[in-house]
Write a protein that binds this ligand. Structure first.
Ligand code: HSE
Length: 380
């Protein structure tokens, strides 16, 4: 019997415990051993829940219990979650997480600690909710030099844009529904302002390009600037507006990444990724293009990815998974505004138009330095 502890009994943590119990025999078959939740840590009391007997509030109980070999961190954030993750790894326990903020900001350090202790730090659920993407990039596509990764990485904003475009629901109503369904972060500004997508594109870029992309360097724009008029103009021009995270090689040893709304041709695969679904495109020199699609947020889809990592950790107690990247070197991250593309421009008193391919700086020169009402890249 393998014992695990779940830190944080929120939407994802609750989903993990639920799926562990519901699919116990299937999970035992996959792991070749039964896996059981021994503790659930949360600062709150849940007297009515069926797992009340497993609840603890003191992490040292888990830390000092040698029976617990895998810790699931679904607390979120980079505060106490960082402290507990580090302590668990230092105590020789593997850690599985859905916490993109922690992986994006402290992943390199935590992976190094895991390496030193010969345990695993796994984070399939940190990007794309239930979509398999971390393992495909690091294992199935390991033969490729990857030059670009991009996609719809935030379920909440995609849900809001879809509801607004297709159902005429107001922004506030759509956000409320996303929160009720457990898609949005506690503080929805991380979703709406693109920060959640930024963390995810950093993790994908780290893995695809093999060097750290710092969240602080990634220019990030959310959906606040997308107006109803833009949605209509885009439609007239044959496009849909979607929030994308994008990471790409810009030279032999340089990369960039950014998050921004884009115009995507109607009929392309990504343009049909609606609602809470995410779609991620990876471009490798052997495979060409591969796209991954599925539920990007929500209790059970995210739990599906977390529990799969628990099984993988259970099968690799004596072997490390090769999830890894290096520190960035000076000058290895370039300015994303230099990346050339066509642009959608809407200015005061002028119709929306699409430019020839150019950098953002060249567009700004064309507009005499005046910031247009809307300025979005066009994905061809
Ligand atoms: N708030 C996130 C989203 C949850 O909407 O995509 C999954 O990371």
């Amino acid at each position: 019997m393998i014992h695990i502890a779940v830190l944080g009994f929120g939407v994802v943590g609750g989903g993990v415990v639920e799926v562990m119990e519901e699919n116990a025999s299937r999970i035992a078959r996959s792991a070749a051993e039964e896996i059981s939740v021994k503790y659930i840590l949360d600062v709150r009391d849940f007297p009515e829940n069926p797992w009340a007997a497993l609840m603890v509030q003191d992490f040292s109980v888990i830390e000092n219990d040698p029976d617990v070999r895998i810790v699931v961190e679904t607390i979120g954030g980079a505060g106490v979650a960082y402290d507990f993750t580090k302590r668990a790894l230092l105590h020789g326990k593997s850690v599985v997480t859905s916490n993109k903020e922690l992986v994006a900001t402290r992943g390199l350090e935590l992976i190094r600690i895991a390496k030193e202790r010969n345990v695993n730090y796994l984070f399939e659920a940190s990007v794309g909710g239930g979509i398999p993407i971390i393992r495909p990039i690091t294992q199935c596509l390991a033969a490729n030099e990857i030059d670009e990764v991009y996609g719809i990485l935030n379920g909440t904003t995609n849900y809001i844009l879809t509801r607004m475009i297709a159902c005429g629901v107001s922004f506030d109503e759509a956000l409320k529904q996303a929160q009720e369904k457990g898609y949005a972060e506690k503080d929805p500004s991380a979703d709406l302002e693109g920060l959640d997508a930024c963390r995810k594109i950093c993790i994908l870029s780290d893995l695809c390009f093999g060097r750290e992309v710092d969240v602080e360097n990634v220019k990030t724009e959310g959906i606040a600037g997308v107006k109803a008029g833009d949605v209509e103009s885009a439609k007239r021009l044959g496009y849909k507006i979607k929030l994308l995270g994008r990471g790409l090689r810009t030279g032999k040893d340089t990369v960039t990444a950014y998050v921004a709304p884009h115009l995507i041709p109607v009929g392309s695969l990504l343009s049909n990724v609606d609602g809470v679904m995410n779609g991620i495109v990876v471009h490798g020199n052997a495979i060409g293009e591969a796209m991954f699609y599925g539920a990007g947020a929500g209790k059970r889809p995210t739990a599906s990815a977390v529990v799969a990592d628990v099984i993988d950790a259970a099968k690799h107690f004596k072997a490390r998974k090769y999830l890894d990247w290096d520190e960035a070197s000076p000058g290895s991250f370039t300015d994303s505004d230099e990346v050339v593309s066509r642009w959608y421009v809407r200015a005061e008193g002028k119709d929306a138009c699409l430019t020839e391919p150019m950098s953002k700086y060249e567009v700004m020169e064309l507009t005499g330095g005046q910031v247009p009402l809307s300025l979005f890249r066009v994905l061809e």
